[in-house]
Design a protein around this ligand. Structure first.
Ligand code: AMP
Length: 226
C-alpha cells in the first residue's frame, strides 16, 4: 500500500504483532526492506524520514523546523521526532516496522516508554557501497517508490514504473550531504548497535547483497520469533 502519511497500514486481516526496529546507515536499504516486510509480515511501516519529508512538503510548523537539519545531513531534534513517532505508534494496535527510528540512545530510551520491541535488525553495509547507492538513488514524488540508476533503473528515464510519477533526487542525497549523514550516523546512531546487542534483541544481517537476498536473510533471522 502506498505511503500517504508516512505510515503504511496494511489492511489484510491476521495482522502479525511483531514490533521491529530496522537499524542501519543511510543507504543500507531500510526503506526498501521495510516495504517488503510490511507485506510479508502484515504489519504497519513507520518511516520517520517519510513523515518528516511529508511535513516539509506540507510546509507545516514541524516541516519548516525539520528542513534545515535534514538538508544539512543532521538529525532533527529528538523532541520533534519523538512526538511524531509516539502519535503514530499509539494509533496502532498491531505490529510495526520502525524505519529510521530510533537514531540516538536517547530516542531508544524514550521508545521504551512508549512500546516494547521484539527485534532490532541491523543492516551492515560497507561505506563505499552506501555512497554509491545514495547518490544514484531516485525517488518518486507521487508514490515514494525508490530506484537506483544502475541497479534498479526505471523503464522510462525520470518516470516511476508503478504510477508514472516524476522521479527526483532527494535534496539530502547529494554527495556532500551524504558524507555528513554518514558522519552523523557514526556519531549518533552507531552506539545503538551495542545498546541493542546488550539487550539481546539485535539481529545482524548483511545488507550489501541484492534486495531479494537481503530480504531472505532478514526473514531467516526473524524465523525463531514467528
Ligand atoms: P531517512 O529518510 O531515514 O534517511 O531520514 C532523512 C532525514 O530525516 C535524516 O537525515 C534526518 O535529518 C531526519 N530524520 C529521520 N529520522 C530521524 C530520527 N529518528 N531522528 C532525527 N532525525 C531524523
Amino acid at each position: 500500500m502506498t505511503a500517504t502519511n508516512g505510515i503504511n497500514d496494511n489492511p489484510i486481516t491476521g495482522t502479525m504483532h511483531l514490533k521491529i526496529v530496522l537499524l542501519g546507515p543511510p543507504g543500507s536499504g531500510k526503506g526498501t526492506q521495510a516495504k517488503r516486510l510490511m507485506d510479508e509480515l502484515r504489519v504497519a511501516h513507520i518511516s520517520t524520514g517519510d513523515l518528516l519529508r511529508e511535513s516539509v512538503k506540507a510546509k507545516s510548523e514541524l516541516g519548516v523546523k525539520a528542513k534545515e537539519y535534514m538538508d544539512a545531513g543532521k538529525l532533527v531534534p529528538d523532541e520533534l521526532v519523538i512526538a511524531l513517532v509516539s502519535e503514530k505508534v499509539s494509533s496502532l494496535d498491531g505490529g510495526f516496522i520502525l524505519d529510521g527510528f530510533p537514531r540516538t540512545i536517547d530516542q531508544a530510551k524514550r521508545l521504551e516508554g512508549i512500546t516494547s520491541i521484539d527485534a532490532v535488525i541491523n543492516l551492515n553495509v560497507d561505506e563505499g557501497i552506501l555512497v554509491e547507492r545514495l547518490t544514484k538513488r531516485r525517488s518518486c514524488r507521487e508514490c515514494g517508490a525508490v530506484y537506483h540508476l544502475l541497479f534498479n533503473p526505471p523503464k522510462e528515464e525520470g518516470r516511476c514504473d508503478k504510477c508514472g510519477g516524476e522521479l527526483y533526487q532527494r535534496s539530502d542525497d547529494t554527495e556532500s550531504t551524504v558524507k555528513q549523514r554518514l558522519r552523523t550516523y557514526r556519531e549518533s546512531t552507531l552506539p545503538l548497535v551495542e545498546y541493542y546487542q546488550s539487550k539481546g534483541v539485535l539481529l545482524n544481517v548483511d545488507g550489501g547483497e541484492d534486495i531479494s537476498e537481503v530480504f531472505h536473510s532478514i526473514m531467516k533471522a526473524l524465523d525463531p520469533l514467528m
